[in-house]
Design a protein around this ligand. Structure first.
Ligand SMILES: [Zn+2]
Length: 324
């Protein structure tokens, strides 16, 4: 992928425009979702992505660490206002730079960084590729070089004890091949990272849409009142998740239909884009990412898609919620 396309795709995923440090406090909105469960919802790209945290009776777990380290620092301050308990874990939902840039800060505060095992290997090389490789700016190369990789990897599933409550990390397929969903059963809150974008066109750079759709279908069996924290966009519910699944399914269906007809690549791509625009033109990042989504979907459908390898085993469905 050309550097320009990568920059465009990242623009949808993270704010590349530098903001003054004083913006940090306003970088996200903290939303209580249940006792000791909070989402940190990005404000207009200032934090670069959503994050959150869960407080147990003995320890805290943070989910994702933003694109901007000063936003991560602000999150640490907010956690400290609520509890003096140690931040024992930071879970990375996937390796993309807009979700891991505060890792070092939390590690220095004593946290163990946890992710699906692929993320440990991918953090440096795949993020360097994502920002444009050799063509990336020096500042961006430095940011990638400074990323701290997770220390603890798991394969399919991992349960973490925070004292009085356990949270479940479940590997699911779709967005990158190293995605983790975090299920807080006692509060019925699901942190989905970039497996879920609310009313937003996603970044498909490393995605397998064919695997992603069944993942979202499986999650639809969660309790109807479950709260879903997306990687980007406002707080969501299962209906929002179905809408997002529909976007991916429409993209795939339209591309498959276009491939069944004769036509020039450019013309086919434009046809699919026009159909998507009629249905999803109001979604965030449509102008920045939809055209790249169409190109990525054609590449996947034609077996030309380059994604980080190796791809992991098929995902398991999310287990039914358990009590404390
Ligand atoms: Zn993201």
């Amino acid at each position: 992928m050309k550097a320009g396309a990568v920059a465009l795709a990242l623009a949808g995923c993270a704010a590349l425009v530098a903001a003054a440090p004083s913006f940090a406090e306003a970088a996200f909105e903290l939303k209580p979702l249940g006792p000791g469960v909070y989402a940190a919802i990005d404000r207009q790209g200032k934090a670069g992505a959503n994050a959150g945290f869960v407080i147990g009776s003995e320890a805290v777990a943070v989910v994702d660490s933003f694109f901007r380290e000063d936003a991560a620092r602000a999150l640490l301050v907010e956690i400290r206002k609520l509890t003096p308990l140690p931040i024992r874990y930071v879970i990375n939902t996937h390796h993309h730079i807009d979700h891991v840039s505060g890792n070092r800060l939390f590690a220095e505060a004593g946290a163990t960084l946890v992710a699906q095992r692929q993320v440990l290997d991918w953090l440096q090389p795949e993020n360097l590729r994502l920002v444009g490789g050799d063509k990336a700016s020096e500042a961006r190369k430095r940011q990638v070089a400074g990323l701290k990789a997770p220390q603890l990897g798991y394969e399919q599933q991992l349960s973490l004890d925070l004292g009085g409550r356990r949270i479940l990390l479940q590997h699911l397929a779709g967005h990158t091949g190293g995605d983790t969903a975090v299920w807080v059963a006692d509060a019925q809150v699901l942190f989905l990272g970039d497996l879920m974008w609310r009313a937003s066109v996603p970044n498909l750079i490393d995605a397998r849409v064919q695997r992603w759709i069944p993942t979202l279908d499986a999650l639809n069996t969660l309790p109807a009142g479950a709260a879903v924290v997306p990687g980007h966009g406002e707080m969501a519910n299962l209906a929002d998740m179905r809408n997002f699944r529909d976007y991916l399914r429409d993209l795939q269906t339209q591309v498959d239909a276009a491939l069944a007809q004769p036509g020039e690549a450019e013309q086919r791509q434009q046809q699919v884009l026009d159909v998507l625009r009629a249905r999803y033109g109001q979604w965030a990042y449509f102008e920045g990412l939809a055209r790249a989504n169409v190109r990525d979907m054609f590449a996947e459908a034609e077996g030309r898609k380059r994604t980080p390898e190796p791809q992991p085993a098929p995902s398991l469905p999310m287990p039914a919620p358990a009590g404390r």
